[in-house]
Design a protein around this ligand. Structure first.
Ligand code: CMP
Length: 139
């Protein structure tokens, strides 16, 4: 398994001004930030980013939400990074997320769940390439 993954702090958490706290939480849990950006996703970016969910009932509301304000995108380094980050952020639904996870601490519901994390090395590369050029990743 690779040592890089991608994360994105979602518009709900940025609006609540929790993005710095969440980044600090990730760093405290052993993740190194190797790329970082506050940005707004266009609807087309969000469609590409969530292409695997096209056609699902939550797809359009998810696009509306993800384009509703700024996000903070980052590439993170950690041993077995994808699995390690998914453990720290918790289940998709904050109500089901384990105590102390980012979604339990900062999420509201399944759509407004504070943070995204890639679910495979391949998806991580795809997702960070939507936000970063190669020279913006400090390896
Ligand atoms: P994320 O990790 O960003 O990946 C896909 C997103 O779709 C997920 O987090 C949720 O925010 C959203 N999502 C997944 N399942 C549902 C659902 N059943 N209802 C609403 N949103 C969902």
């Amino acid at each position: 398994m690779g040592n890089l993954t991608f994360t994105m702090i979602k518009p709900d958490a940025v609006r609540a001004e929790k993005h710095a706290e969440i980044l600090a939480h990730l760093v405290r849990n052993g993740f190194k930030i190797v790329a970082l950006k506050m940005t707004c996703m266009s609807r087309n970016d969000a469609k590409r980013f969530y292409a695997v969910h096209r056609g699902k009932p939550f797809f359009e509301p998810l696009l509306d939400f993800m384009t509703s304000g700024p996000v903070v995108a980052a590439v993170l380094e950690h041993e077995d990074a994808v699995a390690a980050l998914r453990k720290v952020i918790g289940a998709t639904d904050p109500a089901e997320a384990a105590e102390g996870t980012v979604r339990k601490l900062y999420g509201t519901n399944k759509t407004q769940n504070a943070i995204h994390a890639s679910d495979s090395d391949e998806n991580a590369r795809y997702e960070w390439s939507i936000h970063f050029t190669e020279k913006e990743i400090m390896l």
